[in-house]
Design a protein around this ligand. Structure first.
Ligand code: FRU
Length: 498
């Protein structure tokens, strides 16, 4: 099967205001993508996630609802499957099912961004779409990061602001790592958070503006306690219900998991006081999460890879993808829940015949379905009161190879885990997510695509996301009870496709 993205053959901007150098670079990048497309091998292509048409993708950028579409920009190197001078790739969707690739929005073209248009965000003001991004330069080993803007009146063609850079240097609370502007409106003012760090502590710096052009430094919004990373990348601050949530992606820690802080925001003092800290996703392939601007629901996407990981699809001339879109919710205790969007039910093509409830006896295993193409959604609820096994596993076994992926639950420790160590390529490992409070039952929603797995447990209180690169694409889910019985009270499975 191949991806069926619609490709809008929009021409690059003819707008006279767009600097000719930028226009040419955009045209060249788009032409390069068209030329390179036939060389993209299908082997690990995903069937229902957003991924680059060709070559490299990392962070989601500029997530915004504008003129009837959810716009998704992303860090993109259109010339190779490796990271390189960053462009902003662009796609849009009305329903998170059908995606339309659009021309590249930003290319490095000016003195202030020649080594890359780094991550950033988008807001709508009046009729205009504003993109804020970091201009990145490294000259003689010296890093310079400045904050810039580009605007568009059609959501497709972007003009860099002649006044760029709007923020020319980092404040004394920061360091040359000074990037990833996330902008939002609060009452009459605009605010921007930037990721940085000082003296080994990652921090988030706050700016304020009346007009989106002139930005004044307010101060340090939040910082690491000394154990949470040396630089914080991709900050995002937002209101969720009556509380505020801050997301950051840390550098300088062993496991670079996206952290969330739930707490109080004091706009007068420019300070965020965290009450709870947590991990947004416990998998190895989840980074640089960003939420959408302009939506009532708090919707989020993240890069479904990570800096450290080996990406086998590079040999197929592409690398990187985004997670499924997820909605963020807070429970009464301040714990963040992430759930797949209800729209994703539109991916369900065919119900897979499976029993609606199952009892597996001690030391037994049961195949829950016949072999299926590995684009599946599987939902199950396990009764923890009638399950006596201390440990059970749901193993996706790949029929034509000896590979398998295991989703398991240890009732004694209350830990959910994903074990990808039996898959031949990618980043094999064992990833644990604590689940508390344990409750009477455990609900699991599992989304398997050809080279990814996303597990949502306990109504999204714990999630684990990983890329996997099995040799074959047909799998059988097998449930095993170890030292006691396991009772599944509800089970459903679908084949997914766009
Ligand atoms: C996060 C990040 C950002 C930066 C971008 C560069 O993954 O390092 O801080 O803007 O990627 O591509």
């Amino acid at each position: 099967m191949t991806m069926t993205y619609k490709n809008s053959n929009q021409q690059a901007p003819l707008d006279a205001q767009c600097a000719p150098s930028h226009r040419l670079l955009l045209q060249r990048a788009d032409a390069g993508i068209r030329q390179a497309q036939p060389a993209v091998a299908d082997t690990h292509r995903l069937h229902y996630h957003l991924m680059p048409q060709v070559n490299w993708m990392n962070d989601p950028n500029g997530l915004v609802y504008y003129r009837g579409y959810y716009h998704v920009f992303y860090q993109h190197h259109p010339y190779s499957p490796d990271w390189g001078p960053m462009h902003w790739g662009h796609a849009r969707t009305k329903d998170f099912i059908e995606w339309e690739h659009l021309p590249i929005a930003l290319a490095p073209s000016e003195d202030y961004d020649l080594d890359g248009c780094f991550s950033g965000s988008a807001v709508v003001e009046g009729d205009l779409l504003h993109l804020f991004y970091t201009g990145h330069r490294v000259i003689d080993g010296q890093l310079t990061q400045v904050q810039c803007r580009a605007t568009s009146s059609d959501g497709i063609h972007f003009i860099k602001d002649k006044r760029n850079p709007l923020i020319t240097s980092f404040p004394s609370d920061g360091s040359p790592d000074f990037r990833d502007p996330k902008v939002w409106q609060h009452q009459e003012s605009w605010f921007m958070v930037l990721g940085s760090g000082k003296n080994g502590r990652g921090n988030v710096l706050l700016y304020k503006s009346k007009d989106l052009t002139q930005w004044d430094y307010v101060g340090v919004l939040a910082q690491s306690d000394g154990t949470q990373g040396t630089i914080w990348e991709c900050p995002d601050l937002f209101l969720l219900g009556a509380r505020h949530v801050l997301l950051v992606s840390p550098m300088g820690v062993e496991n670079r998991r996206v952290m969330y802080f739930e707490g109080d925001m004091d706009y007068e003092a420019g300070k965020f006081s965290p009450q709870h800290v947590g991990t947004l996703d416990y998998g190895p392939d989840f980074y640089a999460a960003q939420t959408f601007s302009g939506t009532k629901r708090r919707l989020m996407l993240a890069w479904m890879d990570a800096w450290e990981c080996h990406i086998p699809s590079k040999k197929d001339n592409w690398a990187g993808a985004l997670t499924l879109p997820r909605e963020l919710l807070l429970d009464e205790s301040g714990k963040l829940k992430t759930q797949p969007l209800p729209e994703l039910k539109g991916l369900r093509r065919r119900g897979v015949p499976a029993p609606t409830s199952v009892l597996v006896e001690k030391d037994q295993s049961l195949a829950l379905t016949n072999p299926q193409a590995a684009c599946l959604e599987m939902n199950l609820v396990v009764s923890l009161t009638s399950t006596t096994a201390s440990h059970f596993t749901l193993c996706f076994s790949y029929a034509e190879s000896s590979e398998q992926i295991v989703v398991g639950y240890n009732k004694v420790t209350g830990e959910l885990y994903l074990d990808t160590s039996e898959v031949h390529a990618g980043q094999p490992g064992l990833y644990n997510a604590p689940i508390y409070p344990q409750g009477q039952s455990l609900d699991l929603r599992i989304f398997l695509d050809r080279s990814s797995i996303e597990v949502f447990a306990h109504e999204g209180a714990a999630t684990i996301t990983a890329r996997i690169y099995p040799r074959s694409h047909t799998t059988v889910p097998i449930l095993s009870a170890l030292d006691g019985q396991i009772e599944v009270t509800s089970l459903a499975c679908w084949n997914l496709a766009k």
